[in-house]
Design a protein around this ligand. Sequence first.
Ligand SMILES: NC(=O)c1ccc[n+]([C@@H]2O[C@H](COP(=O)([O-])OP(=O)(O)OC[C@H]3O[C@@H](n4cnc5c(N)ncnc54)[C@H](OP(=O)(O)O)[C@@H]3O)[C@@H](O)[C@H]2O)c1
Length: 257
Amino acid sequence: MATLGVIGTGNLGLKIAQLAIAADLEVVLSNSRGPESLTSAVAQLGERAHAATSVESAEAGDWVLLSVPLAVVGQLPRAALAGKVVLDTTNYYPSWRDGYIEVLDSGKMTTSELVQQTLPEALLVKAFANISDQHVLPLARPEGAGDRSAMPIAGDSLRAKASAAELISRLGYDTVDVGLLSESWRFEPETPASARAYFADVRTLDSGLIRVAELIAAGRSPMEVDFRDQGAPLSPERLRTLLDESPRVLTANRKTP
Ligand SMILES: NC(=O)c1ccc[n+]([C@@H]2O[C@H](COP(=O)([O-])OP(=O)(O)OC[C@H]3O[C@@H](n4cnc5c(N)ncnc54)[C@H](OP(=O)(O)O)[C@@H]3O)[C@@H](O)[C@H]2O)c1
């Protein structure tokens, strides 16, 4: 049976693991605290879910989902990820989480190029980075559904992108190929194709972002902000338009860096 290794089982990683279980995959979950901390997650996901170390997750996966903060990517098992198709969900949040990184702030690199540089032998495909975790489950649809949503992918290996697209289709989404990792700024935070594109009511997002900015300015974590929204399907055609029209949004121009 095909297996998805999941490194990072927080807000986003666990929801994608749920999609994988629904698609009849095995999942091997890992986090920073070790397998014993994943007992309840495994119980909720059922018998095809297993808890492991991040090395074991990487080794077990036909694909590996990487869903951790950028700041910890250097701690991940580089050797075990070598040759693996790795779905990279990483976004860069310098002010409250990852710290400022010059090559990203200046636009010399995209976030996923930096992840690829840190994990050079992994076959990295940026995916699931532009959708809010709350929309991942409600917007998933089987192939052929009229209201199936699309998500962008980017990567430097055509073979890895084809494999990732096959997986993402099984998980419930069409894909739009944006090109190389160097092009993945087209769906980094606060671009038109980022999380906003799947909101049913963007006013919820905009008021939430104002609150996030206030909390960051006050030196507090923005994690408590409520962005609850039912989600709206995003067609491949609409996504392509948003990606084509996208301006590059550097850290300094973000409302919530
Ligand atoms: N949440 C979203 O809506 C969303 C959407 C798109 C993209 N993203 C991006 O996806 C990534 C994950 O986001 P999230 O919201 O799911 O974060 P999160 O809820 O904070 O979860 C992060 C996960 O990473 C694990 N982790 C931390 N250090 C690790 C290490 N050294 N080795 C293995 N696992 C480690 C954590 O384990 P412990 O719990 O044991 O510490 C936790 O399971 C981030 O880069 C984020 O920017 C998030």
